[in-house]
Design a protein around this ligand. Structure first.
Ligand SMILES: [Zn+2]
Length: 299
């Protein structure tokens, strides 16, 4: 039985081949260089190496303005044109018109209806559970669909036992900023854990949003650290991906690929497909709204 692993990277587009703007060229990124012979850019957005394919994903969805996280992520995880429903790109939290479709049509719920097992691998700290339990409504798309579908959120206990990953991959922010008793791990260990979790479930989702923070010029002092952790993590995942897992890495809009601006960009979102069904994903995904069905069709 084949498995699907979806890694959602917030705010990563395919941009210009310009070292003064694009950190994939100025800082380098071994995942692209070692596995594909270089990073993708607007004139050469599709790169292939064996059963690994980098490709662009339309994030504008026919709506003017800069794509945003709330509507973009709702489009990814529901397959509906959330910016069209909202009448605009909206974020970072879900628009009121997106909340209904996230509750009713999210990918986790659809898989559960088919009798398949979904898993959301990110661990959330107690602070977040306290926030949700206080009745506050501003919850990001992935957490909202995990809560609504019954898939649920992983906790510190899951993180400590290797049954979840931290948002920053290596747990350094949990250990150093939240002062929680968790061990800091290597990106390669996190990649191995995510592969093991993926083998136990039909669809496993991991979300990494620090790329969007970097694109907004936040966490500047941690840029190099976050960049190299992500790179090593993805390089390990793609290099060690077992036969039975099909991997899709996708983003919701451009941002970090153009550091000359603090805002999101109009560039296409990054897509990477790998594994036995990579070609199928590449052929079926042109825009954010194609992602949900392309994954459902793997099963
Ligand atoms: Zn976003």
């Amino acid at each position: 039985m084949s498995k699907a692993l979806l890694i959602f990277l917030d705010g990563v587009g395919i941009g210009e081949k310009d070292e003064s703007k694009n950190p994939f060229f100025s800082k380098g990124f071994r995942t692209f260089e070692d596995l594909f012979g270089g990073a993708p850019f607007l004139e050469e957005p599709v790169l292939r190496k064996g059963n690994k394919i980098i490709f662009p994903i339309d994030a504008s969805l026919g709506i003017k303005g800069l794509p945003q996280s709330g509507t973009g992520q709702a489009a990814i995880f529901t397959g509906e044109n959330a910016p069209a429903l909202a009448g605009k790109h909206f974020g970072p939290f879900p628009h009121s018109t997106s909340i209904k479709i996230i509750k009713e049509k999210n990918i986790f719920t659809d898989l559960i209806k088919k009798g398949l097992r979904s898993f959301f691998a990110n661990a959330y700290p107690q602070l977040f559970f306290d926030y949700v339990n206080s009745g506050k409504k501003r919850i990001n798309v992935t957490a909202l669909m995990a809560l609504e579908s019954g898939v649920g959120l992983r906790t510190i206990e899951d993180l400590q036992s290797g049954n979840a990953l931290s948002n920053e991959i290596t747990n350094y922010r949990w250990a150093e900023k939240l002062k929680e008793p968790v061990e800091i791990i290597e990106p390669a260990v996190a990649a191995e854990r995510l592969i093991n979790l993926s083998l136990k479930n039909d669809l496993t989702l991991f979300e990494f949003y620090l790329t969007d923070h970097l694109g907004h010029w936040r966490l500047k002092e941690e840029f190099e650290k976050i960049w190299s952790i992500l790179d090593e993590f993805l390089l390990n995942l793609l290099s060690k991906l077992p036969q039975e897992i099909t991997l899709l890495i996708c983003s919701d809009h451009g941002n970090v690929e153009d550091l000359s601006v603090k805002s999101h960009t109009l560039n296409p979102a990054l897509g990477i497909a790998a594994g036995a069904n990579a070609e199928k994903l590449f052929n079926n995904i042109g825009s954010l709204t194609d992602i949900k069905n392309a994954i459902l069709n793997l099963f």
